[in-house]
Design a protein around this ligand. Structure first.
Ligand code: AMP
Ligand code: MG
Length: 417
């Protein structure tokens, strides 16, 4: 048996960051920036008002108070998106809206609340004059041109993971397309005579190929594009034909056919087409695993052979395929998010493997606790559906007792987009 970490290290050594691709700005969400982004503009482009109010010269407000306001002549009005030709002089003001460019001559904005506009309006007086109720400093309520981003500056670095806020920054620069690392294409092939695709009647003795869909969903969740190759029966010709369709993929994931007792055809075909190693990994579930490079046409395609049992295949995917996909996407952190919790359940570890127990993590009195959900057999997919995390029982821990501190890999976490 080989340790989980060694299997992962060996697998990851065969993957590199993929090339860049231009994507529409919104489609770059969750992707990694492939180039530094510099600004060619100032943001904001002009000095503008941070408040609705009156643009003035600060000196015109000297000594103003509520009981003795400074009365200024209102010479115009400017809304966001418009320019005004008027120039503010000592003793005058221009009514201004938030975001509107600050008129020439003005060096401060007095917000409405610090003027007598309300009173004048209530008395039906025309706003040809305005009383300023307090003295203001130069620069008050003015957002300076380039205060957020100055033209020529480095705004986002290559390697940045694009979140909604980066999308906003890119859009504020006017970027319609963004260079990001492309999504890996991940071919998924289920193998086994017993398998039937969804939507078809189920003959006695057969099962639906749930792995095809759970694995494809995992590929999507972690940022890859699945290419479903369907089901290959346990015969050489069919397997070889299906595998050929993975030629353009960045990774081929096969399900089933890797355990010791398995019908040898899958192993034979994989071994014949490349260098594939069959491992027993020190983990539970998910012990049997295959990894290698397949020669398909002119290319060598990494192939990951996951166990057939529905839970094993999903958990092995989380441990081995997810980091490979993230590495190809240029992501820096390949680790699944973990939390510390108190175990509410007892889990025995009989043969020194790393156990991934399906648990529900909840917060109780400010502390996370993890409770094992449902039967833990590797064919019981519904207990996977009840879980939000995988409690890790380390290889050298013979059992986790109720109340023990444990580490839980979170299946659900706001890491993916
Ligand atoms: P194997 O790895 O071929 O020994 O399969 C182990 C178990 O997983 C068997 O019970 C299979 O029927 C089941 N299995 C294999 N492939 C799939 C699949 N695509 N979807 C659901 N169950 C599967
Ligand atoms: Mg089988």
């Amino acid at each position: 048996m080989i340790p989980v970490d060694e299997a992962l290290e060996k697998i990851l050594s065969h993957f590199d960051v993929l090339e860049a691709d231009d994507e529409l700005v919104l489609d770059s969400l969750g992707r990694v920036l492939a180039e530094d982004i510099y600004s060619t503009v100032n943001i904001p482009p002009m000095d503008n008002s941070a408040m609705d109010g009156y643009a003035v010269q600060a000196q015109s407000t000297a000594g103003a108070t509520r009981s003795s306001p400074n009365i200024l002549g209102v010479i115009g009005e400017v809304a966001a998106g418009y320019l005004t030709k008027e120039e503010v002089m000592p003793g005058t003001a221009i009514r201004i809206m938030t975001g509107a460019p600050v008129p020439k001559g003005a060096d401060a904005v007095v917000q409405f609340e610090h003027t007598d506009e309300e009173i004048r309006k209530a008395q039906d007086q025309p706003l040809t004059e305005i009383g300023v109720l307090r003295q203001v400093e130069e620069g008050l309520n003015i957002r300076r041109a380039g205060e957020d981003i100055s033209s020529g500056s480095l705004v986002l670095k290559k390697g940045t993971l694009i979140r909604p806020q980066e999308i906003g920054v890119l859009a504020s620069l006017g970027r319609e397309v963004v260079p990001v690392i492309r999504r890996p294409l991940v071919a998924i092939l289920s193998t086994g005579d017993e398998l039937v695709d969804v939507g078809k009647p189920l003959p006695l003795g057969k099962i639906y190929s749930s792995n095809t869909y759970s694995l494809a969903a995992q590929v999507i969740r972690y940022g890859g594009t699945p290419k479903i190759l369907g089901i290959a029966r346990d015969n050489v010709q069919e397997l070889e034909d299906k595998i050929k369709q993975a030629q353009d993929a960045d990774l081929l994931i096969t399900s089933a056919g890797v355990s010791v007792g398995d019908y040898d055809i899958v192993k034979d075909v994989l071994a014949r087409q490349g260098e594939v190693t069959f491992w027993t990994v020190r983990m539970k579930p998910g012990k049997p695993l295959a990894f290698g490079l397949l020669r398909l046409g002119k290319s060598m395609i990494p192939q990951l052979g996951l166990p057939g049992n529905p839970v094993s295949s999903m958990i092995a995917f989380e441990q081995f395929a997810r980091p490979a996909i993230l590495k190809m996407l240029g992501r820096e952190n390949l680790d699944k998010p973990t939390i510390h919790a108190k175990s509410e359940s007892r889990v025995k570890n009989t043969d020194g493997r790393r156990i991934f127990a399906r648990v529900w993590v909840s917060k109780q009195e400010g502390q996370y606790s993890a409770r094992v959900v449902g039967p833990q057999g590797s064919g019981i997919l519904t207990s996977m559906a009840q879980a939000n995390g995988l409690m890790i029982v380390p290889e050298d821990v013979p059992s986790v007792e109720v109340g023990d501190d444990v580490v839980v890999q979170m299946l659900d976490w706001n890491e993916e987009t």
